[in-house]
Design a protein around this ligand. Structure first.
Ligand code: ADP
Ligand code: ZN
Ligand code: ZN
Length: 776
């Protein structure tokens, strides 16, 4: 029955548990005898916390009772295996320190949701009440009908009388596969439901509901594709990476680390380099992790990975159900799957024996988490790789200034792919000066004569075009002539955008929506004017001007999840002549017949109140230009702008990254300086009441200014000021910045601000953002 006394003595009596609350230390719980042998650091457990019940993580086991008070017992173990491997636990600990964010919240952000079976057990044990769950992420799951063959009728050749043709086909399919979903059957038969019912009634098959692998990334079969032989520039990059992978494994090169920047122009074959490196790691029994900006936009990339790695690949994306995510974690943890691909949060995937981390399009803003545990996945990828002795490749055609600077300082090794891998060179970029070109044929200012003619010609040659406009909706703003201002969101200080299709006015920040009745929502005046151009109107105007053109639109309104893929598929299949869209069209799409790219208004991102505005403009133009002329026919780019002499625009038209970098790095030195010359931390405050937010921000800034490092001007405190986006979801926002050349003193000042926040700032809320990206 009970364990030997000697064994018992070795089992820890207490566990330090990190719980997801804004408190910076773990809590001590006693370990029930029944659990003692099963707990390990990284185990997820259910614990009582005051009157609440929470899921926390064991971070250490100990025999030391708590310093004060009595330890409450752990209520239950949620998964048999520790969710977090020791490598992950140690890495997440380091990340929590770096971002000064409570460990319990960091761990919760990293791990998949608590499995529902665990919740059931806790209810059976009486820890949770009926219908009660531990708080945490919940993702809706999809239930579908599954059809299974019945074993004893499934002998080969068994003849079953009186079957209709569709029943015959269906039964064969189900027998062949063992089980099939109804959705899958729909691809082979017109209306399979009826046939399924009849066959089930004859006990020839069974049906049941199940939470399925609703995973559209695995929905279609992919044919294995022969990998192209690497060209010389790819070969050099692959060799350097593999040499470092082996060097690190032998315990050499530790001082230099495994960080690389792969700077390759659009279409230069960076992906091929990643695939080869990952395959080499795999051949050595090492796992790999691939981070991409937005997985919904990269179905092609996923297919390429699947065709190389087949079942050895886990695709982690936001549409996975809890169970699927948990299953993916289990497979990775057990080493059954050794390659993971996903967006930002895939950084935490429990890949075993990690050998490679790739961050594709490393300049992309989506790698920064902007809520809760605010982390930069690119930076953390370098940290995780460093700790694991892995190679980390940051890849981009337009590297962030931070990464290029790290190369200059010798912290990253630069690898370059200077030419496209295919026969076409980078497309020429032609500027259309909007100050000189007045309205084009449709009377619409932004569809100029040159753009219109280029589109006509493109379609006449049966080629395809992509038009990029970074504004969705119909008109960016509706102005009331009575009130003399734009109609604004009631809870955010931003203008509402008119969406004509649905006839609503919409806030792009909080998603507030109100019907557009044609009168002012403030004063009721019917004297309204619609200003500016959004993707929806661009699409409509083009449809009028080019009535025979097949036009598609890709933005957050038309496409989410599988919708994105459908639109991109139509483009690839040649079912679209023109694709109009927001930033979503700039990402890595590789469609050979796209020969024309139009940037409808390049200045849009330049006028942003953000020190990275020029950098972002350069990146967007370069990325979208890279979509043109990837096949046999040469491409071209038309770039419309009011500011043709701006250095970001001039260098982008010449595909001149070096030129842009040299100028931008100088620009960032002026005045007090910006990253990458200085390090930055933002303190963000919000409150329902403007005065309360201001008072809190002012108080925190005073705390920062009182620190010796600020008094000696090692750290500069700028602000506080109202945030450019002064009101969001009904809360007023204030912020201030800490800047310093030296990380240590900057962190020392941030730490006193953190301590002040921890002591309580109600009714306001405040948080630290280390290495901030958003300046809004
Ligand atoms: P990037 O990731 O740099 O944009 P990709 O890896 O997507 O570039 O490659 C661009 C195109 O060139 C793809 O169609 C790819 O199949 C092709 N390609 C890549 N490497 C080679 C090669 N060595 N030989 C021939 N074609 C290649
Ligand atoms: Zn009005
Ligand atoms: Zn709003």
């Amino acid at each position: 029955m009970s364990a030997e006394p000697s064994e018992l003595a070795e089992l820890a009596r207490f566990a330090e548990v990190a719980v997801p609350v804004p408190v910076r230390h773990p809590f001590t719980y006693s370990v029930p005898k029944a659990l003692a042998a099963q707990l390990a650091p990284g185990s997820r457990v259910a614990v009582p916390f005051g009157p609440r019940k929470l899921a926390g993580f064991v971070v250490a086991l100990t025999d030391a009772p708590p310093a004060q008070g009595r330890a409450r017992p752990i209520a239950g173990l949620l998964e048999r295996e520790p969710v977090l491997t020791s490598e992950l636990l140690a890495f997440l600990h380091a990340a929590s320190e770096y971002y000064m964010h409570p460990l319990g919240e960091v761990l919760r952000a990293a791990a998949p949701a608590v499995p529902s079976e665990a919740m059931k057990t806790l209810r059976a044990q009486g820890f949770l009440d009926a219908g009660e769950s531990l708080p945490g992420p919940r993702i809706a799951t999809r239930r579908v009908l599954v059809v299974r063959s019945v074993p004893d009728t499934a002998e080969a050749g068994a003849v079953i009388p009186k079957l209709g043709k569709s029943q015959r086909v269906l039964l064969d399919l189900v027998r062949e596969r063992g089980e099939v979903t109804l959705d899958e059957l729909r691809r082979h038969l017109k209306s399979p439901r009826e046939a399924v019912k009849k066959l089930a009634a004859r006990n020839l098959l069974t049906t049941s509901e199940r939470e399925v692998a609703a995973d559209r990334f695995f929905a279609d079969e992919v044919a294995p594709v022969a990998a192209p032989a690497p060209n010389a520039q790819q070969r050099a990059a692959i060799d350097a990476l593999v040499a470092r992978l082996d060097g690190l494994a032998r315990g050499e090169d530790r001082a230099q680390g495994g960080g690389f920047l792969l700077h390759g122009v659009t279409g230069s074959g960076k992906t091929e380099v990643y695939l080869r490196l990952i395959a080499e790691a795999r051949a050595r029994g090492r796992g790999s992790l691939m981070l991409v900006p937005e997985i919904a936009l990269t179905p092609q990339l996923v297919s390429r990975f699947r065709s190389r790695f087949g079942d050895g690949l886990a695709v982690l994306h936001s549409e996975l159900s809890d169970r699927e995510r948990n299953d993916a974690w289990k497979s990775l943890r057990a080493g059954r799957v050794d390659v993971a691909i996903g967006a930002r949060s895939a950084l935490f995937a429990p890949v075993q024996d990690l050998g490679v981390i790739v961050v594709d399009e490393e300049h992309d803003g989506s790698f920064k988490q902007e809520e809760g545990f605010r982390y930069q996945a690119r930076d953390m990828a370098l940290l995780r790789a460093q700790r694991a002795g892995a190679v980390c490749v940051l890849g981009s055609a337009t590297p962030s200034l931070e990464s290029s600077r790290l190369c200059e300082r010798g912290k990253l090794v630069k690898l370059e792919l200077k030419a496209r891998a295919t026969q076409q060179a980078l497309p020429p970029v032609e500027i259309v000066d909007l100050a000189r070109h007045k309205s084009g044929p449709g009377g619409q200012r932004l569809i100029t004569g040159p753009l219109f003619r280029a589109l006509e010609q493109c379609i006449a040659q049966r080629e395809q075009a992509i038009l990029f406009l970074n504004r969705r909706g119909f008109a960016p703003s509706v102005r009331c002539l009575q009130c003399a201002k734009a109609l604004e969101c009631r809870s955010c200080s931003v203008a509402l955008t008119l969406h004509k299709g649905a006839s609503v006015l919409r806030c792009h920040y909080c998603d507030f929506m109100t019907p557009h009745t044609g009168v002012c929502i403030e004063c009721g005046s019917p004297e309204l004017i619609e200003l500016g151009l959004g993707t929806e109107q661009l699409e409509q105007t083009l449809a009028k001007l080019l009535p025979s053109a097949r036009i598609g639109r890709l933005d957050r309104d038309t496409a989410s999840g599988a919708g994105v893929e459908a639109v991109l598929q139509r483009l690839r299949d040649g079912d679209l002549d023109i694709l109009v869209g927001t930033q979503m069209v700039t990402k890595g799409h590789d469609v050979p017949n796209v020969t024309l790219v139009g940037v409808v208004l390049a200045d849009q991102s330049l006028v942003f109140p953000d020190f990275r505005a020029a950098e972002r403009t350069f990146q967007l133009i370069t990325q979208v230009s890279g979509r043109a002329g990837r096949g046999e026919r040469p491409g071209k780019v038309l770039l419309q702008t009011f500011d043709p002499d701006h250095y970001a625009i001039r260098t982008a038209t010449r595909h001149d990254y070096e030129g842009f970098y040299k100028r931008e790095i100088e620009e960032r030195k002026v005045e007090r300086g910006w990253p990458p010359h200085l390090r930055l931390a933002a303190v963000r405050v919000d409150a329902v009441n403007d005065a309360a937010a201001e008072a809190c921000a002012t108080g925190l800034a005073e705390v920062a200014r009182a620190h010796p490092a600020s008094r000696s001007a090692q750290v500069i405190v700028s602000g506080p000021s109202a945030a450019p986006l002064a009101r969001l979801r009904g809360r007023y926002r204030w912020h201030f910045m800490l800047r310093g050349a030296e990380l240590r003193s900057l962190r020392a000042v941030a730490a006193v601000v953190r301590d002040r926040i921890d002591a309580g700032v109600a009714p306001a809320r405040a948080s630290l953002d280390i290495d901030p990206v958003s300046m809004l």
